[in-house]
Structures are given as C-alpha cells and as structure tokens.
Design a protein around this ligand. Structure first.
Ligand SMILES: *Cc1c(COP(=O)(O)O)cnc(C)c1O
Length: 371
C-alpha cells in the first residue's frame, strides 16, 4: 500500500541536504550561536523576499504575533478583532497584552474573515485587527486597509501560513502595519525547530521590534527598555537562509498540485476557492464534505494521512468558556469545522501520490452511492 503523509519534512530536507548541512556546519564552525551575521543575513534576505523594509527574526510564530500586539499599543480593555477559525496563538497574544478578544465570523467560500461583518463589528474600543491568512490565502487586504484607516486601527497580518502569498501582487506586510510569520517546521518556510519573524515597512516599528526581541538592548550592557528573549536562533536562521531561494519553486509546486486537485477531484467534495486578486500558497488544501469523518477514516485505511485545520473553533474551546460564547455564535466557522479536511499538498508530493489520493476519494464516494 502506498503511504502518503500530510507533510513530508524528510523529502524536503533530502532535496537540498548538502546546502542545509553546510549552512548548519558553518554556524557551528564559527560558534556564532546568538545574534550575529547568520541571523542578519537571513533577516536581510527575508526582507528583500517580502519586499519589506524590515524583517526581524524571533523565536516562534507565537512570539511574532505577541510582538505585533506589543507594538500595536493595546492597553487593558482594548479590543482586537480576529476570527474564531484560527490557531490559538492568534488569540493568546491578545490576552498576553491585556486586550479583549473580539471574534468576527468568516466567509463561507474562503474561510477568511467576512469583511462586511468586520466593518460592522468595530466599536470605539476597537484598537487592532488581526487578519489570519488561513491556509495560505489573503483576503481583500486593500479594502481591509481602508477600513483600518477609516477607524484608525492598527492592522496586523498573521501570515504564519502565508509565506509568499499575495493580494494584488503584494505580500504580507504591505497592507498591514506589520505581518507575523511562523517558521515552524511544517510551515511553507520552516526551520528545524521553533522560529518566527515579523516584517514591517515602518522604521519606528522596526527599531522597536529589534529592541523587544533582545531585552531592549542597545549595547551589550545597556537596556533602554524592558524586552524579551525572543531571538531567532542563528542555526535556524541558517536553515531558513538555505531554504529561502527554493521557496518560490516550492510554492509553484503546491499551486500545481492544487490545480490538479481542482480539476480531478469528484464533485462530491467542495474544493478551495482562490479569490480573484489572491495568490494562494496552499499551506493546506482544504476540501469540504458532509462525510468528512468517514472520508478521513477511509483514507487513513489507504495509507493517506489528512488533517483538520481546525476541528474546534476557538470560541468553543475550553480555554475560552469565560468569554461566554455558545454553539451557534459563529455558525460559518462551526459548519466549516465539521466539514473541512486537509489533504496532502506538500511540494515533494509525486504525481503517483496525487493520483492515488484522487482515486481513493473517488472510490469512497462511488462506494457510498452504491450503498
Ligand atoms: C503556526 C501558527 C501560529 C504560531 O506559530 P508557532 O511558530 O507555532 O508559534 C500562529 N498563527 C497561525 C495562524 C499559525 O498557523
């Protein structure tokens, strides 16, 4: 039986093993383990890649969202708007700075924030918006920027799943005041442990972020403010630097797999929609069916691993019972949580594996119709 994992980190590593091994060894040979030139190189290259003025590495995607909220200037009781169908890191960080989590439901076609609802839910207490580029797709960021400007709101892009994604040709960090990234191993650009980064075009924010990640340090022994130890490890930076030149090629492969799925999956499943104006980078390829659990089980039996991103919307998580939401509070997110299934779409997926997945999904629905 063929085995298809949801993500194949080993295949990715082996495809550029020599480049990565020598990058890691160079850091070790130079014992440049904290800050230093390997980190600086990656930050410069990543800023260039994103066409942003500043890129600052940090210790994780969660730290990146936290940093974004720190510079957003939220104070106790200020609201930050985001969606319920995201990873908890997005909302944890609102709580870290004493902010109030305000959820807005998503659009049923894209699973991204419903922009009409976003506009209607702004109150005098709203201070920031966190847009999550879920699965690797950006919503209409031009319109969201205009809404943020109209209401004087700080705009954060949680781009943990959206390296190299675009809206109108612009990557994360262009429309937002700041964009945060995760370099968690399975993300589209991933390192060999935890890692993250933020990008911004604002010089003042860039300077502040550099201080925040490294104890507010201006020189070795001088601290002009309190900060954090949120530094990106140079060995991770070297891995990322070795991978970055391949990112666009890997993104193209993901997009090719998506086109294959779009064209070959049976009509029984709803395939993801790429909005006009968006460049979707398919961190996940999310299909929808009311038979989700049965399909997932069937595929597992055929050696195909799938995922669900995410099975429990945040407003229904035990961690947030105190927010007082219930079933039905955000119906679109709740329906999605029951119907979505992530099928493998990593760059190294072979044509044989792709076809095997499609064949088995077809088989599942053929069997169902015969019952
Ligand atoms: C992965 C992820 C994060 C957190 O990143 P870590 O590097 O795991 O801390 C935040 N937001 C979203 C949307 C993510 O997918």
């Amino acid at each position: 039986m063929m085995k298809v994992p949801l993500v194949d980190l080993k295949a990715n590593y082996l495809s550029i093993k020599d480049e990565i091994d020598s990058a890691i060894h160079e850091v070790i040979d130079n014992t440049s383990f904290i800050m230093g030139k390997y980190l600086k190189n990656f930050e410069e290259n990543y800023a260039k890649f994103c066409k942003a003025k500043h890129a600052i590495g940090c210790s994780s995607g969660t730290a990146a969202v936290h940093l974004a909220l720190l510079v957003a200037g939220l104070t106790e009781g200020d609201e930050a708007i985001t969606v319920p169908n995201t990873f908890i890191a997005t909302t944890e960080c609102i709580s870290y700075v004493g902010g109030k989590i305000k959820f807005v439901d998503v659009d049923s076609d894209t699973a991204l924030i419903n922009i009409d609802k976003l506009e209607k839910s702004i109150t005098p207490k709203t201070k920031a918006i966190i847009i999550v580029h879920l699965y690797g797709q950006m919503p209409d960021m031009k319109r969201i920027r205009e809404i943020a400007d109209d209401h004087n709101l700080f705009l954060i892009e949680d781009a943990a799943q959206a390296h190299a994604a675009e809206w109108n040709g612009h990557q994360p960090g262009y429309y937002g005041d700041i964009a945060s990234f995760s370099f968690f191993p399975a993300k589209n650009l991933g390192c060999f442990g935890d890692g993250g980064g933020v990008v911004t075009n604002n010089d003042e924010l860039g300077e502040k972020l550099r201080l925040l990640v490294n104890h507010g340090r201006t020189t070795k022994y001088e601290h002009i403010m309190e900060g954090y130890n949120y530094r990106l490890d140079p060995i991770q930076a070297a891995v990322l630097n070795a991978k970055l030149p391949h990112l666009l090629k890997w993104t193209d492969l993901r997009r090719k797999h998506a086109i294959f799925y779009d064209n070959n999956l049976p009509e029984n499943v709803q395939v993801p929609i790429e909005e006009k104006g968006a460049k979707h980078v398919y961190y996940m390829y999310e299909i929808r069916t009311k038979k989700r659990d049965e399909l997932m089980q069937f595929l597992k039996g055929k050696g195909i691993s799938c995922g669900i991103h995410y099975p429990i919307p945040l407003h229904l998580q035990p961690a947030y019972v105190n927010l007082g939401f219930k079933q039905g509070s955000f119906p679109v997110s709740e329906t999605l949580a029951k119907e979505i299934l992530s099928i493998p779409i990593y760059p190294e997926l072979t044509e044989g594996q792709r076809a095997y997945i499609v064949d088995n999904i077809n088989q599942f629905f053929n069997k169902l119709s015969k019952k």
